[in-house]
Design a protein around this ligand. Structure first.
Ligand SMILES: NC(=O)c1ccc[n+]([C@@H]2O[C@H](COP(=O)([O-])OP(=O)(O)OC[C@H]3O[C@@H](n4cnc5c(N)ncnc54)[C@H](O)[C@@H]3O)[C@@H](O)[C@H]2O)c1
Length: 320
């Protein structure tokens, strides 16, 4: 198999897993890890039998794939440079730190496709690759009401963005993919707790056609919880993203009237990040892998922007 020449840009909390997966993948040759932090960069490089470099200009001509897992505030600048270098790019989520930067990235990407249409530009909305989500989508569930909860204790990192861009963005992307209709209305409330930005947000999103989603995201919770509840026509599913489980409850007509059929759906576990990256490599190799496009990443940021504006408005009202 032809191998992609890969560099991981930013090998902190998440990027080190990109490095592990690239190192283990038969589709990739891990050329370097790029990180201004020499100590950690060298450590990760040694672990995965590659070199550490502080700046990608030192290896740019040796790679055709860049996986960017640097802090979100750098995504726009790094993305524009990577586009100019003509690379396949997997940008960690969120695509950028605000809507304006995301729009600029998308425009530069679309412009670059006129010269190199086969370049793949993906964004790391990894929950789409969670096997539990795959099981839900296989059942062709048409959501009428969705409820997501994504809460965890304070992470001590990614505090340069609020909880909407740090955490809720996963669910904003996912519910858009599941509902597949334009958004009509957004209401939200949020509060800063440990940072100057909102650390806890609750949003209510109404889609064309009447479907409603209620999302809660917090990075100041006592315990970790990541769930999605979806109500369809005569059926209800509850997914646990962490455990990769799905309960399905269906109303069926039996001889004695309606009954509820309760099932624990069997799911083949898999690491969402690994599935996402392997699919991205397949796409880069022209082998038809699935990925979340920058257009979709930008759509998630558009809703995030509406949620952030609604949070700001509600805070100004409550503060009088
Ligand atoms: N998909 C997911 O589930 C998920 C989970 C966690 C983080 N993320 C995203 O990954 C990104 C990184 O988050 P993290 O938690 O790993 O942060 P982190 O702070 O743990 O790691 C960031 C790393 O990037 C390095 N870095 C800083 N500036 C750089 C630059 N200009 N070039 C290269 N490297 C640079 C830092 O030295 C650090 O090692 C964020 O965008 C975050 O939203 C995604």
């Amino acid at each position: 198999m032809t191998q992609l020449k890969v560099a991981i840009v930013g090998v902190g909390h998440l990027g080190q897993h990109h490095a592990r997966i690239a190192f283990e993948s038969p589709q990739a040759d891990l050329i370097a890890v790029v990180d201004p932090d020499e100590k950690n960069g060298s450590l990760i490089a040694a672990k995965y039998n590659t070199q550490w470099v502080p700046d990608w200009s030192l290896i740019a001509n040796q790679v055709n794939v860049l996986q960017i897992a640097a802090p979100t505030i750098h995504h726009h600048r790094l993305g524009i440079e990577a586009i100019k270098m003509g690379k396949h790019i997997l940008m960690e989520k969120p695509l950028a730190s605000n809507l304006e930067e995301s729009q600029l990235l998308l425009a530069a990407h679309e412009q670059s496709l006129t010269l190199s249409p086969s370049l793949v530009r993906a964004v790391g909305h990894l929950e789409r690759f969670n096997p539990a989500v795959g099981a839900l989508r296989d059942r062709k569930f048409t959501p009428r009401f969705l409820e997501t909860v994504r809460v965890s204790p304070f992470p001590m990192r990614s505090t340069e963005v609020d909880v909407v861009l740090d955490v809720m963005i996963h669910d904003l992307d996912l519910i858009q993919a599941l509902v597949g209709r334009p958004i009509r209305d957004v209401e939200a409330f949020g509060v800063p707790v440990l940072t100057k930005q909102a650390d806890l947000v609750n949003a209510r999103i109404k889609f064309e056609g009447g479907t409603v989603a209620i999302l809660t995201a917090s990075r100041v919770a006592q315990k970790k919880e990541r769930t999605l509840r979806v109500f369809g026509h005569q059926s209800y599913a509850k997914l646990n993203f962490a455990d990769q489980t799905m309960e399905l409850h269906t109303l069926i007509e039996g001889t004695n009237g309606f009954q509820i059929k309760n099932e624990n759906i069997s799911i083949k576990e898999g690491e969402p990040l690994k599935i996402e990256i392997e699919q991205f490599y397949q796409a880069c190799l022209g082998l038809g892998g699935e990925y979340v496009s920058w257009t979709e990443g930008h759509e998630a940021l558009k809703v995030a922007d509406l949620v952030q504006k609604a949070v700001k408005k509600s805070l100004s009202e409550i503060e009088g």
